[in-house]
Design a protein around this ligand. Structure first.
Ligand SMILES: Cc1cc2nc3c(=O)[nH]c(=O)nc-3n(C[C@H](O)[C@H](O)[C@H](O)COP(=O)(O)OP(=O)(O)OC[C@H]3O[C@@H](n4cnc5c(N)ncnc54)[C@H](O)[C@@H]3O)c2cc1C
Length: 489
């Protein structure tokens, strides 16, 4: 007899779990808290970018919707092997070795992408944000090359279509409010007064980033003011339910992915915006300029690495500043290199012909100190090194703290622009401990029978930071594993 599986959520992790369980012949019902329009959680808000290990273009072609794209012949994708992926994750571990979850993510990232493609979930190269033109060729940088066709909404649509093709059913407006237990075994869920039973339950209900109280309790008072970049529905429900029946806490609960965002955006991400505009409140080209806080000081090395490796930490860095805001300052030399989000019709910025006049418009900032900081920065720029945004160009500063290690051009050519930013939380890192089958483990390290988890709710995948594009891959890797595990249980 086929197994019955309930999946909580309809994001990328949930849909991958459902797909894997369906492949084995299980009957799968997905329960979604949101209505149909907001289903898909944070997944729908994403750019659909996915990081995975590959050895060259031959590994990418089978994943592409259009393997005959005429640009492919003029493109250098390079390679990104498992070792490099491991090094990138280690770079954010604050000295911790790679966790079991990280090893799993790295080692099964490539096969999971091929598995998605086998279900007609297809991808396209991220020419606009992950490559620069050099000598007539598109040169990719930072190990991140592909995004789902039509970004996060496309990923959701393609995965949902695959799930429905195999017979999966979705119920919207069905917030899971509790787990049904028989002894120590999970045998179903509660949706309000209704009890729904199944052989296995997979929690794929996201992190707790949209729960202000939990943010403050787990991550500190700075996080009260954070904008939420994605869905309002990821309020830690599944996490609280699992912890309530004795699941182990795992990973870094004070850690999260948070990026610089427009200070004046709404409190949550806007799925109401047209697809191409959804990421436009993000402001992550700080590596082309500098960031100043209310004291007029710089507070991070804006060019310490490719922005893939810094953007997920710099939201937190801004929230640690007085007043929890900063200004990103650029001169006209880099206007053409700024991503489209800086030209978005609702992007907030000030502009002036001179630096003095620009600084006079930086609301909330000590203007004398700001001008002194900009002058000191300009004086410290190494003029002998050429600027090249396609590589870590080593064009740095000398004798100032913090240094800017790469892409440090003088800010000296008007007009000048400054954009006010704050920190926007993307997703939280602390979560549940799962085993190799995706089973949720208890405080004592034992399987909680009948309960599985995947996606943001799984801890131990990310610590002090995050190489861009790893969240979706993690959801797919752990979702697929939990789906197979639940169907076998
Ligand atoms: C703006 C933005 C851009 C991003 N860009 C990228 C990117 O390009 N690449 C990348 O790798 N990652 C990106 N991320 C991170 C990525 O979104 C997450 O890592 C990933 O989507 C998490 O998938 P998930 O399935 O675990 O959670 P989600 O996709 O958030 O799904 C969780 C689901 O659970 C539902 N839910 C919550 N509580 C309940 C309940 N009680 N009952 C029923 N359902 C419930 C929610 O409504 C939601 O549908 C981005 C995130 C944001 C916000």
């Amino acid at each position: 007899m086929s197994k019955s599986v309930i999946v909580v959520g309809t994001g990328n992790a949930a849909l991958c779990a459902a797909l894997a369980a369906l492949e084995t012949g299980a009957q799968v019902t997905l329960l979604e808290k949101a209505d149909e329009a907001l289903a898909g959680g944070n997944t729908k808000y994403t750019a659909g970018a996915m990081r995975f290990a590959y050895n060259g273009i031959d590994d990418l072609l089978p994943l592409l919707r259009d393997p005959n794209d005429s640009r492919l012949g003029d493109t250098d994708f390079g390679s990104y092997d498992t070792e490099k992926f491991g090094d990138d994750l280690l770079g954010f571990n604050d000295g911790r070795p790679l966790s079991d979850e990280q090893q799993t993510l790295i080692n099964t990232s490539g096969e999971t992408m091929r598995w998605l493609a086998s279900h007609d979930v297809k991808f396209e190269p991220i020419y606009s944000r992950q490559s620069f033109e050099k000598d007539g060729r598109h040169v990719f940088w930072g190990g991140l090359t592909l995004a789902a066709e039509n970004e996060g909404v496309g990923l959701f649509d393609m995965e949902l279509a695959a799930v429905e093709r195999l017979g999966g059913k979705v119920r919207y407006n069905s917030a899971v409010t509790g787990l049904v237990m028989e002894g120590t075994r999970v045998v179903g869920v509660r949706v309000g007064d209704e009890e729904l039973r199944a052989d296995a339950v997979i929690l794929a209900s996201g992190g707790f980033e949209a729960n202000e109280g939990m943010r403050i309790e787990r991550m500190g008072a700075n996080w009260k003011a954070a904008k939420v970049r994605g869905t309002p529905h990821n309020t830690g429900d599944g996490l609280v339910m699992a912890l309530g029946i004795g699941a182990a806490e795992y990973g870094l609960f004070s850690g999260c992915h948070a990026t610089p965002m427009d200070l004046h955006m709404a409190d949550f991400g806007g799925l109401d915006l047209p697809p191409g505009e959804r990421k436009n409140y993000r402001k992550i080209c700080y590596f082309l300029g500098v960031m100043l806080n209310a004291d007029g000081d710089r507070f991070v090395d804006e060019g310490i690495n490719f922005r893939n490796y810094t953007y997920a930490q710099y939201g937190a860095a801004i929230l640690e500043q007085p007043g929890q805001f900063a200004w990103q300052v650029f001169d006209s030399k880099v206007f053409d290199l700024l991503y489209g989000e800086y030209r978005f019709h609702d992007a907030h910025f000030v502009e002036a012909e001179t630096l003095n006049a620009l600084v006079a418009q930086l609301k909330g900032v000590d203007q004398t100190a700001a001008l002194a900081t900009l002058t000191a920065y300009n004086d410290a720029v190494d003029a002998d090194v050429a600027f090249d945004p396609t590589v870590l160009d080593g064009k740095g500063t000398r004798g100032i703290t913090p240094a800017k290690s790469n892409w440090a051009q003088k800010i000296d050519q008007g007009p000048y622009r400054a954009f006010p930013v704050t920190g926007g939380i993307t997703f939280t890192y602390g979560g549940l401990k799962v085993d190799q089958d995706g089973s949720v483990l208890s405080d004592q390290g034992a399987k909680i029978d009948g309960l599985f988890a995947c996606g943001e709710i799984v801890g131990g995948v990310f610590y002090a930071g995050y190489p861009g594009g790893s969240g979706l891959t993690s959801g797919a890797v752990f979702g697929r594993r939990a789906g197979y595990g639940a169907a076998r249980a």
